[in-house]
Each structure stands twice: as structure tokens, then as C-alpha cells.
Ligand binder design. Structure first.
Ligand code: FMN
Length: 348
């Protein structure tokens, strides 16, 4: 989850505290927020980046310090480019476009189509711009590996750059990167191939998709299934099934597990491993999604900010165990006495 707490793309003490508490969560995988592959690919000036040596050094040091205090846990990072949603104010300052005369920058996109009608249009990327961004994704993957990241997820959802290529709402190009489905997926696939080549084969690489734009004429679940097939054939390890974000006209029927059906359909139709996400809040709900074969993984966002010990409580409820930091191993209440398994504490 974006924290909007970086300085010039560099992780800060906020990340040390935030990552530190989540690394103790007992989750199977902790994913670091959307991390920009270029400076102008940040959503806000305060977004985390991995686009230069200073970002890489800050990430490496901060993650290393946070990890030293927690039980071993796999860490993924989401690589992202904000596209036409770049140059925004942080959410608690309204989240709107920062115009050039306010110190913003001109965002780039597949086509010069504004996200919202009242906004100035982004700059359409030319061939050099596309190659630069593709190479920046690959270079960021190399930096992430050097920083000790175990798995990567490419952000192709929520109306950011790679989703903007996939969706006919934001991509009106007439060259090899726009028009038909095959042309709209061409640049995202180029980026995927470049990252897969730069990222060790033994380390997982997933993709987050917006499986529907929730607007007529947008990217659809059928498109997502076909795109997932192509990604799996190229070595994609999971599809993280999210939705929306490319159009302010979207109408989203929010409800518990409202996106699980996308994970289920993609898993069944394309053979991809899937990750379900979105309003999955209870341990019973998460357990049922995996047990029923709707998805291989469950991702949770807001529930972990609300309760960073969500996994401990879920483990207690489901009769499972977690590994706590030893400092906290006397914390389990009586009705959850077995939750830390064989962890031993003694005193004299
Ligand atoms: C504060 C915040 C930051 C988020 N940042 C990201 C992000 O960096 N990348 C992303 O793909 N989704 C991001 N999301 C969306 C979440 O990953 C998730 O898809 C969404 O919140 C629905 O899941 P939930 O009901 O478990 O929160 C963010 C959500 C929140 C609330």
C-alpha cells in the first residue's frame, strides 16, 4: 500500500516503522507498495521509487534494518509507473493533479487523453519514451534483487501506465501499441518480458490486473483471461485479480469479496495461479477462497493497517500457528495458547 512518505523516491523512517510492524505480521508474503521505476512515474512527489542509486541504497538499508528485527518472511515489491495519474497531490492533500505552475510535471500516457475531463491531457509516449520506460522496469528489477527483494509484482491495474495501454478507454493509439487487443497488450508484454529476463528465474514474478474497467467499452474479464494465458506462457507466476481505476465513470458494486470471481474465472480458464483481493476481511472468508480453489493466494490491504496482528488472530481462530518475534512470545492469551506452536520461553 502506497504510503506517500518517501523523499525523492527514497524510503524514510516511516517505512522502517511501517515495514517493521508488517514484517512481524506472520503473513506468508509482505508486498512493498507500488514503487516507481522512473521519477515521473511516481503518483505523487512523496511516492517510493527505485529509479536511482539513492533510492536503491535507502531501500536496501531500510529493509535490511526492518528485517533484522522480524522473523523470516518473504518480501515482494510492486513495480509501477503511474502514467497519466502521475503528478498528483498526496491523498490527505486532496489527491488531485499538481499542475506545472504548482511544481508538478507533465504525466505521460499511451494517448493524450486526460484521466478526468477537467484535467490537461498527458503527453503521449513516443518510441524512445516507451523504450526508456521498458528499460527502467528491467533496471528496477535488478535493483530490487540487489536490495534483497524475493518476488516482484508488475502493476498493470488501477489506471496506471500499463493498464492505460491495456484499456481502450485510455489507449487510442494508431501504431503497433493501440487498436486491437493484440496491439494494446503489446507494450505491457514487452515490459513483462524485459523484467522476466532481468529477474532471476528462481524468483516469482506476478502481475496485478484490473480485470474489468467497470465501464462500457473498457477492458473486460474475457480480455483478462486471454491476457493471463499470454502472461503464463511467458513465465508469469500469478495474476493478482483487482479491478477499476482507469475511468472516473466506473460503477463498482462493492461488497465482501467482490473481486474473487475474477480470480476464480482466470484460474479456471487460463490455468494461471491467482491472488484474490478486495474486501476480504475475515479468516473464514480468506480460508474458504483458497480451500474452494477460487484462488491460490489471498491479498489483504486495509485490514492489515487496521489490525497488523490480523494473521495472529486468524491463526488462533483457525487452529494454525505463527512465529512471533521472541520478545512477544509470551503475549498469547489463554484461549489462543497454542498459536505460537513450539515457541519456548523460560524464566528463573
Ligand atoms: C492506503 C492504500 C494504499 C494502496 N496502495 C496500493 C498500491 O501501492 N498498489 C496496489 O496495487 N494497490 C494499492 N491499494 C489497493 C489495495 O492493494 C487493495 O487492492 C484494495 O485496498 C482492496 O483490498 P482491501 O479491501 O483488502 O483493502 C492501496 C489501498 C490503500 C487503502
Amino acid at each position: 500500500m502506497c504510503q506517500y512518505s518517501a523523499v525523492d523516491g527514497c524510503a524514510t523512517d516511516w517505512h522502517l516503522v511501517h515495514w517493521g510492524q508488517l514484517l512481524m505480521s506472520g503473513a506468508g508474503l509482505f508486498t512493498i507498495e507500488a514503487t516507481a521505476v522512473t521519477a515521473d512515474g511516481r503518483i505523487t512527489p512523496a511516492c517510493l521509487g527505485i529509479y536511482d542509486d539513492a533510492c536503491e541504497t535507502a531501500l536496501t538499508r531500510t529493509l535490511e534494518r526492518a528485517r533484522r528485527q522480524s522473523p523470516p518472511i518473504a518480501v515482494a515489491m510492486q513495480l509501477a509507473h503511474a502514467g497519466r495519474k502521475g503528478s498528483s497531490h498526496v491523498p490527505w492533500e486532496g489527491g488531485q493533479l499538481i499542475r506545472i505552475d504548482e511544481g508538478g510535471w507533465t504525466p505521460v500516457a499511451p494517448s493524450a487523453i486526460a484521466h478526468a475531463p477537467h484535467e490537461p491531457p498527458p503527453a503521449a509516449l513516443d518510441a524512445l519514451g516507451l523504450a526508456t520506460i521498458r528499460d527502467a522496469f528491467a533496471e528496477s528489477a535488478r535493483r530490487a534483487r540487489r536490495a534483497g527483494i524475493d518476488a516482484l509484482e508488475l502493476h498493470m491495474a488501477h489506471g496506471y501506465l500499463l493498464h492505460e495501454f491495456l484499456s481502450p478507454i485510455s489507449n487510442c493509439r494508431t501504431d503497433a501499441y493501440g487498436g486491437s487487443f493484440d496491439k494494446r497488450i503489446a507494450f505491457p508484454l514487452e515490459v513483462f518480458d524485459a523484467v522476466r529476463a532481468a529477474w532471476p528465474a528462481a524468483h516469482p514474478l506476478g502481475v496485478r490486473l484490473s480485470c474489468t474497467d467497470w465501464v462500457d467499452g473498457g477492458f473486460t474479464l474475457d480480455d483478462s483471461i486471454e491476457f493471463a494465458r499470454r502472461l503464463v506462457a511467458r513465465g508469469c507466476d500469478w495474476i493478482d485479480a483487482s479491478s477499476g481505476g482507469v475511468s472516473p465513470a466506473q460503477k463498482i458494486p462493492l461488497g465482501p469479496g467482490y473481486q474473487v470471481r475474477f480470480a476464480r474465472a482466470i484460474r479456471r480458464e487460463s490455468g494461471a495461479r491467482t491472488m484474490a483481493v478486495g474486501l476480504i476481511n475475515t479468516s473464514e472468508q480468506a480460508q474458504a477462497i483458497v480451500a474452494s480453489g477460487d484462488a491460490d493466494l489471498v491479498a489483504m490491504a486495509r485490514a492489515f493497517l487496521w489490525d497488523p496482528r490480523w494473521v495472529w488472530h486468524a491463526a488462533a481462530a483457525l487452529g494454525a500457528t505463527v512465529v512471533p518475534p521472541p520478545q512477544y512470545s509470551r503475549s498469547a492469551p489463554r484461549d489462543a495458547a497454542g498459536v505460537f506452536g513450539a515457541a519456548q520461553v523460560g524464566q528463573r
